[in-house]
Write a new protein. Structure first.
Length: 276
C-alpha cells in the first residue's frame, strides 16, 4: 500500500538522520538516543528467562575470588524468547541497520547477550568482531543496547575510524586465550599506551539508547565496579555484500552445522533477511 510505505519512510527519516548515517560510515560508530525504549522491559524479562534456560553457546566468566559476581554471555538466542524477538522483529532496528550500512537489505547475523553483575572484575579487552565471525563484507553493524543506566566511566568505548585501518587483528577470548590455535595474525596495538593519539569515544547511556558500530571497529568495556547490574543485548547485522569466510578454528559464535564454501553469499534460515 503506497500510504503505508510513505508513512514508514517518513518515520524512518525521523529516527535516523543523514548526519548519523554519515558519522557511522566515516567513523565506524555512532550514538543514537532512545531508539529502543519501548522494547527495554521485554528484553529485561527475556534476559532473566535466558539466564534460567541458557543455550549450548552460553559462556559465563567468574572471577576466581568471587563466584557470585558473574559475567553471563549467550549467543544466537533472539528467536528463543519473546522479548528478544520483539526487539529484532518489531522495532525499526532492521530498517535502521540497512540505512547505516548503505545496503538494500538487512540480514540478522546473530545476537549476543552480556550481563556483568555488580562487582564483576572481568574487563572486555580491546578487540573487533570481524575476525571472530564467519562473515566478511564492508556492510555490517552491531547495535549495543543497554538495559540499565550506564555512566561514562562504565561505558563501552570505541576507537573511531579504526574500521578503516584495513586490519584483522588476532581474536582472543575474553579470558585472554587465543580463539584460534597457532594464530599468527597481528596483535592489537596497546590501545591504552597510545590512547591520547586516538579518537576514543564513549557515552553516558540510558536504557533504550544504542551505539551502532561496524564489525571492524575496535572497542572495549570496563569491569563493573558499580553496585548496579550492566545488562546489554547486542544485535548484529550484515548487508548485501556479506560472504561466508572460513576460520582457522571455532568461530565465536560457533555454527557447527553450516555447510558453505569460502566466498559464498551469506544466506540460510539461521540468518533471515528482516528488511525490507
Amino acid at each position: 500500500m503506497p500510504g503505508k510505505n510513505n508513512k514508514s519512510t517518513i518515520e524512518l527519516k525521523n529516527l535516523i538522520s543523514k548526519a548519523a548515517i554519515s558519522t557511522f560510515q566515516q567513523d565506524g560508530v555512532v550514538f543514537l538516543r532512545n531508539l529502543f525504549g519501548p522494547w527495554v522491559e521485554g528484553v529485561r524479562q527475556a534476559i532473566e528467562q535466558n539466564k534460567a534456560n541458557p543455550s549450548w553457546r552460553e559462556r559465563t566468566y567468574r572471577p576466581k575470588m568471587n563466584s557470585e559476581t558473574e559475567f553471563f554471555q549467550d549467543y544466537c538466542v533472539w528467536s528463543n524468547f519473546p522479548g528478544y524477538r520483539a526487539l529484532v522483529e518489531d522495532s525499526p532496528m532492521a530498517a535502521i541497520a540497512a540505512k547505516l550500512m548503505g545496503s538494500k537489505t538487512a540480514r540478522i547475523f546473530h545476537d549476543h547477550v552480556l550481563v556483568k553483575e555488580p562487582g564483576n572484575t572481568v574487563e572486555t579487552p580491546w578487540h573487533h568482531g570481524q575476525p571472530y565471525y564467519i562473515v566478511d563484507g564492508e556492510q555490517s553493524v552491531s547495535f549495543w543496547v543497554p538495559l540499565d543506566q550506564i555512566t561514562r566511566e562504565m561505558s563501552i568505548e570505541y576507537v573511531a575510524t579504526s574500521h578503516r585501518w584495513g586490519k584483522n587483528y588476532k581474536p582472543k577470548r575474553f579470558d585472554g586465550t587465543d580463539l584460534y590455535p597457532n594464530d599468527k595474525s597481528e596483535k592489537i596495538p596497546e590501545i591504552e599506551a597510545i590512547r591520547k593519539e586516538l579518537d576514543i569515544r564513549g557515552w553516558e547511556m540510558m536504557p533504550g539508547d544504542t551505539v551502532a558500530f561496524n564489525f571492524r571497529t575496535l572497542h572495549s568495556a570496563p569491569a563493573n565496579t558499580t553496585t548496579m547490574r550492566r545488562r546489554v543485548t547486542s544485535i548484529r547485522w550484515v548487508g548485501d555484500d556479506g560472504r561466508f569466510v572460513k576460520r582457522a578454528g571455532k568461530s565465536s559464535p560457533y555454527f557447527p552445522d553450516l555447510e558453505y564454501e569460502e566466498g559464498d553469499p551469506f544466506s540460510g534460515k539461521e540468518f533471515p533477511i528482516l528488511y525490507p
